[in-house]
Design a protein around this ligand. Sequence first.
Ligand code: OSB
Ligand code: MG
Length: 381
Amino acid sequence: MKSVTIKEVILHHINVSLIAPFTTSFGTMQHKDVCLVEVIDESGLSGWGETVTSDEPYYNEETTFTTVYMLKEFLIPRVIHKEIKHAEDVHDMLQFVRRNNIAKAAIETAIWDVFAKKNGQSIAELLGGRKHEIEVGKSIGIQKDPATLVEKVRVYVEEGFRKIKVKIKPGADIDYIAAVREVFPDIPLMADANSAYTLADINHLKQLDRFQLMMIEQPLAHDDIIDHATLQKELQTPICLDESIHTLEDARKAIELGSCKIINIKIGRVGGLTESKRIHDLCEANQIPVWCGGMLETGVGRAHNIQLTTLANFTIPGDTAPSSHYWEEDIVTPEITMNHGIISVPSGTGIGYEIDKEKLARVLLRTEKVTSSDSSHPIPS
Ligand code: OSB
Ligand code: MG
């Protein structure tokens, strides 16, 4: 394998607007600033990553602003001008910084991209992913009433999505799911609560058991795996953890405790592709199916999700919907499209898509260049 040495990092600050507001139990998203991280190696090859954050720390503790700070002050100085023998090594190089996983993933994934390109492979091939097609689901935000939700579901089912995920919160849950199930008794359906409930809601949540949901995602606190284990014993519906799993160790403990039967892997939340693969492998060994979550990413983050999903234990359709479901115009080319619920894995090297520089220019706020390892903080070598 050819190693890479990063000689320059360009932070592309962009502002993007979703085609429609997206509402979860923690708030509504419509516009967001994100930062695309471009790493350039000594041979002039570029790799791309994305901070899958928004402007507010409502999903987890990170925001785009905090990720940029961590990147500039700590993470880029740790990796720039160092010979990196394998992209797999970057995760451990960044562990001197506690948490800040979305910031770490932005640079880690960019290095996977450049490393894969340098070695003439796709990220999927480097990870050991074998699928050429991935199955896709649609995540639907909270709607104003159950009837509106049912009409949305109808559109997405007709488009061919392989899984429908409905966001729920107290006051917008049982009636909403019941309305969908009445019209669509057999579709693969699940709910995502984004931590909106507590154990006091156990009897309320048990009402979901009659709908044959594939799973309920993160019903309880964002940092909990204990109460989830208690809840799982009482619920027939499988629990899937999202917010609570940040590391391989978190996954191991959740599996041991019986806190979930399924795990949603988000590359940002777990700090990159290396940890995603490790969690995937652990789950596979424990018969825990996984699927790839989404963070309303631009094409860069979405491309990484597609590459990761080629691994065998991603047996449940992910949240990686096509570009047109998020953006008037995505920044990658070709556009990410879907055919009857299937995305074909691109054949190119790295992330498999190109950045469209003209489209990028239309959403660009500013760029910043980092070329030196200088930092006002002590950085391990
Ligand atoms: O909990 O999965 C989530 C979006 C932002 C923050 C958290 C979540 C989501 C989604 C959207 O569900 C998935 C997508 O379509 O990208
Ligand atoms: Mg979720």
